[in-house]
Design a protein around this ligand. Sequence first.
Ligand SMILES: N[C@@H](CCC(=O)N[C@@H](CS)C(=O)NCC(=O)O)C(=O)O
Length: 230
Amino acid sequence: MAGDAVKLLGAWPSPFVMRAQIALNLKSVGYEFLEETLGTKSQLLLQSNPVHKKIPVLIHGDKLVCESLIIVQYIDEVWSSGPGMLPSDLYDRATARFWAAYIDDKWFPSLIGIAKAQDDGAKKAAIEQVSEILAVLEDAFTKCSKGKTFFGGDRVGYLDIAFGCFLGWLRVTEKMNGVELISRSKTPQLAQWAERFCADPAVKDVMPETDKLAEFAKVLFAKFKNPPSQ
Ligand SMILES: N[C@@H](CCC(=O)N[C@@H](CS)C(=O)NCC(=O)O)C(=O)O
C-alpha cells in the first residue's frame, strides 16, 4: 500500500495544499503534483472530490483522500516508520487537534477578514481580531512546545503544519497593510517559531515567495471587493 503511486491535486498558492506537501516531504514520499488553476475546477477535481470540490486531494493508488488535515494524518499513518507527526501522549494529541480546529475555524477566517474589510474601520477591527487570536496562539505555543522549538516538540509536527502553512499569507497580509502581526515584540515565541518553521527542509521549498504570492493575492482580493456579477 505505502508503495502505490502518490499524486497530489493542488495549486501553489493554497495553504491547505501546502499541508499535504509538507507532510509528504517529512516522510520523504515522492509524489506527482497535479496543478489545478484556482477559480476553475478540472474534471479530475470534480471526480476526485465530488463532495467539496476543493483542493487538496491526495491520490494514493486508487484511493482518494480529501481535506488537508485528514490527508496529513493519513500520510502519517500510512508511512508510519520514523517519528509520528502527532504527539505520542494521548492528551497532547487531543490538544494538538483542538488547536488545529481552532486555526481552521477562527484564525484563517479572521486573517482573510482583513482582506475582505470594506472600509478602514472594518480593517482596523479585523487587524485587532487577528492580533487577539495570535496572542492566544502564542500562549498555546508555550503550553504545547513545553520549552522545545516547535509546537510538536523537537521537530515539525501536525500542529506546526496546520498553522505554519498560513505564514505565506500572513506575510502577504502584513506587507499589503503595512502592519506587523507576528513579530519579536508582539509574539516573540511565534516569531522565532515562524523563522524555524520556514527554514525547515520539509517546508522551505514549498513555502511560496512573498512577492509572488502578493501578486496572486492582489488579483484575488480585488475579487472580494468587486465580486463578479452572476
Ligand atoms: N477544509 C479544506 C479547505 C480546502 C480549500 O478551501 N481549498 C481551496 C483552495 S485554498 C479551494 O479548493 N477552493 C475552491 C473552492 O472553494 O471552490 C481543507 O482543509 O482541505
